[in-house]
Design a protein around this ligand. Structure first.
Ligand SMILES: C[S@@+](CC[C@H](N)C(=O)[O-])C[C@H]1O[C@@H](n2cnc3c(N)ncnc32)[C@H](O)[C@@H]1O
Length: 263
């Protein structure tokens, strides 16, 4: 059994540098998420759920996109970073996705990003997210998978990833879950499934480098608690500051499919 100081989510939004970490996350991921949602037709009048909305950057964009006739529910375990999200077409909902009821057949779009891999009950949650989509609506799931790091990282960078993954694994993160997302959506009976995998490749000092550096800093306390080699995390953070170096990060696996219409 792993020993853990706190068996809950290892990267809580209450961290004092969480705002900067979410800014960087948005800088790394929002453009691709917006492109995918726009290609799926998200537009005026859509009713959307962003499950595990974090600081709400994607929910804010959705709110603009769906306009005053549309509606966005931004749900998260910890909604404090969305305190300023007061657009009339947005409802910020404090929700534990693993325990609280989700509406059924309710949304034109259900979206989740970088949340499910961290939720140990992800396999039970995914069908409930699909059931929240109205018949004909879309489920869009975007999650990181560590396979590019596993196949390319060496030396001190690899050692830092190993410690980070050990630390996150103690809290129930599965860094290899997302690669099978298309099959997972297919098993739920969704149709028109499509997917893409976008691999991060970035220099030290860039937004993704700062994102991973801050993420490893936040994970440090948990790493100490489980007796992991935190000095490897620290060495990895020093490397990420070097603009002469380039790094592969995880892939973001995005997959989407539609609820079949009732006949
Ligand atoms: C890495 S952040 C991603 C946030 C956002 N989706 C984004 O991409 O900017 C993961 C989010 O999942 C939320 N989360 C983790 N477990 C949850 C649960 N059981 N119910 C609801 N939200 C949860 C966390 O609070 C956090 O805001």
């Amino acid at each position: 059994m792993p020993v853990s100081a706190d068996p809950g989510y290892a990267l809580p939004n209450s961290w004092d540098r969480a705002n900067r970490r979410f800014e960087l996350l948005a800088a790394c991921h929002d453009a691709a998420s917006r492109r995918r949602a726009a290609a799926l037709g998200v537009g005026p009048g859509w009713r959307c759920l962003d499950a595990g909305a974090g600081e709400g950057s994607f929910a804010r964009w959705l709110a603009q996109r769906v306009g005053e006739r549309g509606h966005v529910v931004a749900a998260d375990l910890d909604v404090t970073l969305m305190a300023d999200l007061d657009a009339p077409n947005v409802e910020v909902r404090q929700t534990d996705l693993t325990r609280d009821a989700l509406p059924r057949d309710a949304f034109d779009l259900v979206h989740t990003r970088l949340a499910l891999i961290h939720i140990p009950a992800r396999d039970a949650l995914l069908p409930r997210l699909a059931a929240a989509v109205r018949p004909g609506g879309v489920l869009l799931v975007e999650e990181d998978d560590v396979y590019p790091v596993a196949s390319t990282a060496t030396g001190a960078y690899r050692a830092a990833w190993d410690v980070f993954l050990q630390t996150m694994g103690d809290g129930g993160t599965d860094p290899a879950w997302a690669r099978d997302l298309p099959q997972r959506l297919g098993a739920l009976g969704l149709t028109g499934i499509d997917a893409e995998s976008q691999v991060q490749l970035f220099p030290g000092g860039s937004h993704p480098a700062e994102f991973w550096s801050l993420t490893w800093l936040q994970a440090r306390e948990r790493a100490v608690a489980i007796g992991a080699a935190v000095e490897d995390l620290d060495r990895g953070r020093a490397l990420l500051a070097d603009p002469e170096r380039w790094f592969h990060g995880p892939a973001t696996v995005a997959a989407w499919g539609r609820r079949p219409r009732r006949v």
